[in-house]
Design a protein. Structure first.
Ligand code: EPU
Length: 437
């Protein structure tokens, strides 16, 4: 078993490069299924989830070439692609369900395993289903698979989402690009990753109006063509390093993501007493041009009050970092979780480091303490794992985070990047744990 072992307390100082967003690139890869031929995606992070998507697309019959170091994935899509996403892969990565829309649109049939339980809530698929049915597909559940069939193809329609779901918006936009006629989606999600996917679809020949708003109009076309597209920067990874700087009293420059796609995050970071400077257009680590910002943390952060909301609100994926920061703040902070009902496993673990957190319904009240103390803790999901590492930066002594495969799913070179910022952290194997297997 591998763990991240860090010794604190420590301050982070230096520059970190952040590549493309996990939650965009996985969907861009799925969108490639909509066009026959070779689509190339750049600025791809070297993370486990990309490897899982490479495997999924390969099993569907695509020829996929992935250069992790260069950050390039090219996907050669044949005229006939497979229609089944296996349970083994969907279970490993829920984002596999993003092939549902493209497969139903292009092949008129998709069999995608239901993801099942998830460590951060029930995460239903009802809006994906209702939207595809509105577009004319017959949808049923069969042997654990979500089966969508539209023998005559999909037909444009008016859809209103109950909630601006990221996954449902993406699946329905992708499906509607090849539907006959016009589709409107009201109450659509507006996340920068959705904008990125819509922009790639437009480059591929799709007709989409209202990009970046809650009202999307998609005018169906007969076919799309392959393109080369650069993935938008990962605002959640960027936010992770920004919070790490703020809670450790450090000074970190983040290259590859602009504050323009993190409006609420910048406000909350400033509320902690941190200085947040927009560096505008800068030269990135790979020599290309991009955006960047710098965060200088206060000696001790002020407690902050945060409510997670769909974009442009404060992202749910940054909530463990808010809890970690509040736990060493000079007061009492509040975190209200409005997207996922069961994102609290992190709280039980951070309490092992001495954090004082009280959960009541969807609210967590966090009372700051002078110092946390290192302990063994376990990651239950990607962000919880990164959050435990951040808390460990402010914990005296050794913190060991297990479940690091979760962190690998979304953070490229996390240990190396933190080391470069001055953290005393290593990835080590531990064979001395009890095993009852
Ligand atoms: N929901 C439904 N029915 C649906 C769809 C969603 O009830 O048909 C509910 C979910 O149960 C959840 C809420 O709506 O309570 C939000 O779900 P949404 O569909 O917006 O999220 P998602 O597409 O499942 C993506 C990201 C998450 C991120 C959320 C919210 C990917 C692969 N995942 O999930 O990222 O937290 O949007 O921004 O894009 C992560 O990266 O660690 C992560 C969990």
């Amino acid at each position: 078993m591998e763990v991240f072992r860090l010794t604190g307390p420590t301050q982070l100082r230096g520059t970190v490069d952040v590549r493309g967003a996990k939650n965009s690139v996985l969907k861009l890869m799925a969108a490639s299924l909509l066009a026959v031929g070779k689509t190339t995606i750049t600025n791809v992070p070297a993370i486990l989830d990309v490897r899982i998507m490479v495997e999924l697309l390969s099993r569907l019959g695509c020829t996929v070439d992935y250069d992790a170091e260069a950050g390039i994935v090219s996907i050669d899509v044949p005229a006939e692609v497979g229609i089944q996403a296996d349970y083994e892969l969907v279970r490993a990565m829920r984002a596999s369900i993003s092939v549902l829309g493209p497969l139903t649109a292009r092949m008129h049939s998709a069999h995608v395993a239901l993801p099942g339980g998830d460590a951060i809530g029930s995460r239903g698929l009802d809006m994906h289903q209702a939207g595809l049915e509105a577009l004319g597909a017959h949808v049923r559940l069969e042997h654990g698979y979500f089966v969508a069939e539209a023998p005559g193809g999909l037909t444009g329609t008016d859809i209103a989402l109950d909630f601006p779901s990221v996954g449902a918006t993406e699946n329905l936009v992708m499906a509607a690009t090849l539907a006959s006629g016009v589709t409107t989606i009201a109450n659509a999600a507006k996340e920068p990753e959705i904008v990125d996917i819509c922009l790639m679809l437009v480059e591929m020949g799709a007709r989409i109006e209202g990009i970046g708003t809650a009202d999307l109009t998609i005018i169906g076309v007969d076919a799309l063509h392959p393109v080369e597209h650069r993935t938008v920067g990962d605002r959640i990874v960027a936010g992770t390093y920004a919070f790490a700087a703020a809670l450790s009293g450090g000074d970190v420059t983040v290259r590859g993501v602009g504050l323009d796609i993190m409006p609420n995050v910048a406000i909350k970071l400033r509320d902690t007493g941190a200085t947040v400077d927009d560096l505008g257009d800068i030269t990135l680590g790979d020599g290309t041009q991009g955006r960047g910002f710098r965060v200088i943390g206060p000696e001790r952060p002020h407690a902050i009050r945060v409510a997670t909301m769909p974009f442009p609100g404060f992202p749910t994926d940054l909530q463990p970092f808010v809890i970690a920061l509040n736990s060493v703040s000079d007061g009492v902070g509040l975190l209200s979780e409005n997207l996922f009902e069961a994102r609290w496993r992190f709280v039980q673990e951070v309490a092992r480091l001495g954090a004082k957190v009280r959960v009541d319904g969807n609210h967590a009240l966090i009372t700051g303490v002078d110092e946390l103390s290192g302990a063994e803790v376990e990651a239950s999901d990607i962000r919880a794992g990164a959050g435990l590492v951040l808390a460990g930066l402010r914990a005296a002594g050794i913190t060991e985070v297990s479940g690091v495969d979760h962190i690998d799913r979304g953070y490229e070179g996390f240990v190396q990047k933190l080391q470069a910022l001055g953290a005393d952290i290593v990835r080590v194997s531990r064979a001395d744990r009890l095993s009852f297997d």
